[in-house]
Design a protein around this ligand. Structure first.
Ligand code: 5GP
Ligand code: ZN
Length: 117
């Protein structure tokens, strides 16, 4: 069924507590934890508890949860006292997506370049 946990998915395992993570926030629909390979002083992954392979698929199926995800990214940014930050959804392997469970990268705490690499 759409959104059901996937036994082979790393982020579903993190949500289930089967793989340890440093959790920073949890709501009924979202989970936020620190990236294991941080690319900035703050690098938090904000994910839906429901399993969808990427952000656009999530948005098509679950607009409310997508809004929850973006709101939570903002809440984490405020808690981390970030005045500026970047929210990134890598979509597709060519764009650097390696985990196919939708996730927002919240990055902050250093200067950011544009365009991104
Ligand atoms: P993507 O490359 O799919 O956009 O992002 C996946 C992110 O997950 C990467 O930034 C990577 O460092 C992070 N990651 C991969 N494995 C783990 C893990 O076991 N724990 C945590 N906390 N992050 C992970
Ligand atoms: Zn998953």
């Amino acid at each position: 069924m759409a959104g059901e946990a996937n036994a082979d998915c790393l982020f579903c395992k993190i949500i289930a507590g089967e793989v340890p993570a440093t959790v920073v926030r949890e709501t009924d629909t979202t989970y936020a934890f620190r990236d294991i390979n941080p690319q900035a002083p703050t690098h938090v992954l904000v994910i839906p508890k429901a399993h969808y392979p990427d952000a656009a698929t999530l948005a098509a199926a679950e607009p409310q949860i997508t809004a929850d995800l973006l709101r939570e990214a903002g809440v984490v940014a405020a808690e981390e006292k970030l005045e500026s930050y970047r929210v990134v959804f890598n979509t597709g392997s060519g764009a650097g997506q390696t985990v196919f469970h939708a996730h927002a990268h919240l990055l902050g705490g250093r200067g950011m370049q544009w365009p991104p690499g």
